[in-house]
Design a protein around this ligand. Structure first.
Ligand SMILES: NC(=O)C1=CN([C@@H]2O[C@H](COP(=O)(O)OP(=O)(O)OC[C@H]3O[C@@H](n4cnc5c(N)ncnc54)[C@H](OP(=O)(O)O)[C@@H]3O)[C@@H](O)[C@H]2O)C=CC1
Ligand SMILES: CC(C)=CCC[C@@H](C)[C@H]1CC[C@H]2C3=C(CC[C@]12C)[C@@]1(C)CCC(=O)[C@@H](C)[C@@H]1CC3
Length: 343
């Protein structure tokens, strides 16, 4: 382990990506290795078979790249704590922590609301954000938490807390980069119900909480060199989105694609491919973290002609709410640790 740490301290950037085995996360890894083949890339995934397949694909296009695997299920406290321990043994620094893993379980697509929206003035906004047409059925994890909250937010929060010693080091900066969404909605979030036990929009709630938490991390940890940002990859065709209409066979999706390319003329949020969706994640990799606006979300956008660009958009978050959520998360963390101590 000393040798491993010594190697990692020889200053190739260390990048960890959660949910790296598919979709936007995997595309990000491909693009990162294309830009900097010397990176030490760590794919943090819950399923090691899928992780190995992703590693093989990355090595096929970038032979000789340093691609490590880490078992991490963000919905499980035990898994996060074990993974963090392993990371601290392997690396002596962490330059980029991409918190990308996410779920939208049991999505229910409201066909009626969708067609009503299509013939309303709100059509472009509805297609860009998915607002008003999606609900989800959440479940409870073995730790007794709401699954969407645990997976998308709390597991990542705990990981950041556990890796603070690697992320906050004297004389250097690190970036924590969250894959949030334009679907983050303040109306879906409640400070009294941060896990969204009551409602039917846990995904929107978890993404809004992500935006709030990123602001709070900046408030608390910028002085120690840690900078947090959020991005939206746009609407991307991935496992997550295919699951929204599971009855749709593959050939129907290919028939719909030209329609989606057409819609892209009106809303450049239809990035559609994981490669395009990863644009903002890759852009942040090149930025000086001190120059970033903690209150902006960085959007991957694709024009009607297929050209990618990024755009910062001010988020609908306020400092007090972000601080209040931070306190709640610390309390939850404390409770979790206390329970484990008495186990
Ligand atoms: N697709 C879209 O239009 C949009 C996506 N996003 C966000 O982008 C991120 C990536 O999603 P996307 O690429 O679209 O979808 P994918 O389903 O392709 O990727 C999600 C990744 O997260 C992993 N994951 C899920 N649950 C866990 C868990 N408990 N522990 C560890 N890893 C887990 C998945 O692993 P496994 O393969 O094992 O399931 C997979 O690697 C998500 O945060 C999503 O919310 C945001 C806006 C739009
Ligand atoms: C099949 C046809 C013709 C129409 C159905 C399209 C919808 C399935 C699709 C339109 C806008 C999409 C969208 C999302 C999911 C799929 C849509 C509703 C998201 C909510 C997925 C997750 C996110 O985080 C959002 C940014 C997406 C917004 C757009």
């Amino acid at each position: 382990n000393k040798l491993l740490k010594l190697q990692s301290s020889k200053m190739n950037k260390v990048v960890l990506v959660t949910g790296a085995n598919s979709g936007v996360g995997l595309a990000l890894c491909e693009r990162l290795l294309g830009e900097d083949p010397g990176l030490q890339l760590c794919l943090a995934c819950r399923n090691m078979c899928r992780a190995q397949a992703a590693r093989a694909a990355l090595l096929a296009s970038h032979p000789g790249a340093q691609v490590g695997l880490l078992q991490l299920d963000t919905s499980s406290v035990t898994s996060v704590l074990n993974a963090a321990k392993e990371v601290k043994l392997r690396y002596s620094q962490m330059d980029y922590l991409y918190l990308n893993a996410g779920i939208m379980p049991n999505p229910q697509f409201d066909v009626k609301a969708f067609f009503k929206g299509v013939f309303s003035r709100n059509v472009v906004n509805m297609l860009a954000t998915g607002e008003g047409i999606l609900k989800q059925k959440d479940s409870i994890t073995a730790d007794g938490m709401q699954e969407v909250f645990a997976t998308n937010l709390f597991g990542h929060f705990l990981l950041v807390r556990e890796l603070e010693s690697l992320l906050c080091q004297a004389g250097r900066t690190s970036q924590v980069i969250w894959t949030s969404s334009i679907n983050a909605q303040q109306s879906a979030f409640s400070l009294e119900d941060v896990q969204h036990r009551q409602g039917s929009q846990p995904y929107s709630s978890s993404k809004y909480a992500t935006d709030l938490l990123s602001v709070a991390l900046n408030t608390h940890l910028n002085s120690q060199g840690l900078y947090s940002s959020v991005i939206c990859p746009g609407f991307v065709m991935t496992k997550l989105t295919y699951a929204i209409l599971p009855a749709f066979p593959d050939f129907l999706w290919s028939l719909v694609m030209p329609l989606f390319w057409f819609i892209r003329i009106f809303t450049n949020t239809f990035t559609l491919t994981p490669y395009n969706g990863a644009e903002a994640l890759l852009w942040l990799f090149h930025q000086k973290p001190e120059s970033l606006d903690p209150y902006s979300k960085y959007h991957s956008l694709t024009s009607g002609r297929g050209a990618n660009h990024i755009q910062p958009r001010k988020m609908d978050v306020d400092e007090d709410l972000s601080q209040a959520l931070y306190v709640k998360l610390l309390e939850l963390e404390h409770g979790v640790r206390k329970r484990r101590g008495t186990e």
